[in-house]
Design a protein around this ligand. Structure first.
Ligand SMILES: *Cc1c(COP(=O)(O)O)cnc(C)c1O
Length: 466
């Protein structure tokens, strides 16, 4: 299995070579040259596997430069019961509608699932090559903490995570800053998230600095994260379908288009997925695309701060991978579209509109704050189950696309305990915090507070990099 770039300017490379890189050298995103396929008999033979064994089989289809035994050891470590007390449970809401519980890990959001595998495979590949890597990132909460929990204590890798000082919730701060592992460095910058992001871009864009300190990233374009997410859809299909070929639909609260892209890949591989239901909040760049065929990212200043904050994106960093398939895997066409996007702020694929649903199974919808509150309240009243605001966006849009005889799984992308304020607004009650996290705010915190200055961050990295 070799990987290519969506823009056509990269010689095919094996998995371990693309793993540690971000963008392809030509600015594109990496994808398998040809997708592996899954036939009905293989899928049926996987029904009784546990999650870690299934993950090893699915990931093995994308990774042929790591021995299957090693891959299996890594998935068993990533998906062990001390990391995920419950692993991807299906939680029924109504006949034909259920949640796929992806948020049972250390930071209570679905990013843990892919990130835990990433932690394993980074450590393995770095050890095999005798290399070190310093991850530099910025976070407003979710991705940074999932990355830190996945990489804490791992050999050969250190994490430098910038966060906006005083702008994260007490829970998020306690979660990140209480980590005492020597390879985890929290840097609270006196500024906003965008300024943290700018510092990361400045340092990673300084090629000399980047190569001197072996800087890397764990952002959502990383192919290993996408591959690890394909497992959700195979697992979900195996749990929700009754027999060979029975279609199942998935509803996905979406932001950077990483999670639902994995669903698209599973579907292209042959998993019998009927609909991929894309849900956005008020930041509806993707919903607009699937409705009109026009992709029109917004400026940061036009991105609303909503009560499902992890979906507040202005441009979807993984979208180019789907566009590549839409235009018949033609890198010249992709380059043209990206050129058009840069020049005019948009591109138009409305000529392909009929294919979005007919060929690729996509449908989309958006929700508002009022929709989220109502959905949380309704589901609570009907079923006793509390859902978080992101999952509520998914449930709201899923309900608009239910079909007789087709089970619908909504991907639960976070637990309600993370978003107590909105839950109280919706139901009048605070959600229960899992026992392991209840006393988090009493633990000592380890964080370096710094002025908003790339030079200061660079000095810190220089002093502490591996
Ligand atoms: C990251 C995130 C999303 C969006 O996922 P994408 O892969 O970026 O589309 C949705 N919900 C939650 C809670 C998240 O943390």
């Amino acid at each position: 299995m070799k990987y290519l770039s969506t823009r056509g300017g990269m010689a095919p490379q094996p998995f371990c070579d693309i793993l540690l890189e971000g963008l392809a050298p030509d600015g594109g995103l990496t994808l398998p040259e040809t997708l592996p396929t899954l036939d009905p008999a293989t899928l049926e033979s996987w029904r009784r596997l546990d999650y870690a064994d299934l993950a090893a089989r699915v990931l093995g289809l994308f990774i042929d430069d790591i021995a299957p035994d090693d891959l299996s050891r890594m998935t068993h470590a990533a998906y062990a019961s001390d990391v995920f007390p419950r692993i991807a449970p299906v939680k029924p809401l109504r006949p034909g509608l259920a949640l796929l519980g992806l948020s049972e890990g250390p930071t209570l959001a679905f990013k843990d699932m892919a990130m835990q595998f990433l932690g394993q495979v980074f450590e393995y590949v770095l050890a095999r090559r005798g290399q070190t890597l310093n991850i530099l990132g910025a976070t407003s909460g979710d991705t940074g903490s999932a990355a830190e929990y996945a990489l804490r204590g791992k050999r050969g890798v250190a994490v430098f995570m910038l966060s906006p000082h005083g702008r994260m919730s007490a829970f998020q701060r306690a979660q990140m800053y209480s980590l005492q592992d020597a390879n985890i460095h929290n840097i609270a910058v006196r500024g906003v998230f965008d300024e943290c992001q700018d510092i990361v871009k400045a340092l990673a864009g300084d090629l000399e600095f980047k190569s001197a300190h072996r800087l890397g990233a764990v952002n959502s374009i990383n192919w290993a994260r996408i591959a690890a997410q394909v497992v959700y859809y195979v697992w979900g299909w195996l749990r929700a379908s009754q027999g060979p070929g029975q279609p199942v639909s998935f509803a996905v609260p979406s932001g950077n288009f990483g999670n639902i892209l994995a669903g698209h890949i599973a579907r292209e591989m042959g998993v019998p997925i009927r609909r991929l239901v894309l849900a956005t909040n008020e930041n509806n760049v993707l919903e607009e695309f699937f409705r009109t065929g026009v992709y029109r990212p917004r400026a940061a200043s036009q991105t609303h701060a909503t009560s499902s904050p992890s979906m507040d994106i202005s441009r979807a960093s993984n979208f180019e991978r789907f566009v590549f398939d839409l235009v018949g895997r033609d890198p010249v066409r992709v380059r043209g579209l990206m050129e058009e996007l840069r020049a005019t702020g948009r591109f138009d694929l409305s000529d392909l509109l009929p294919e979005f649903t007919e060929r690729y199974g996509f449908v989309a919808g958006a929700s508002t704050h009022a929709d989220r509150l109502r959905t949380i309240r309704d589901i609570r009243r009907e079923t006793g189950v509390l859902i978080d605001p992101h999952t509520a966006d998914g449930v709201k849009v899923a309900l608009e696309h239910l079909e007789e005889g087709v089970p619908m799984l909504v991907l639960e992308t976070a637990l309600p305990a993370k978003f107590a304020e909105t839950l109280i607004e919706a139901t009048g009650e605070a959600p229960e915090v899992p026992a392991a996290l209840r006393d988090l705010d009493r633990l000592p915190q380890r964080v370096e507070v710094m002025d908003c200055d790339a030079g200061l961050v660079a000095d810190y990295v220089r002093r502490h990099a591996l």
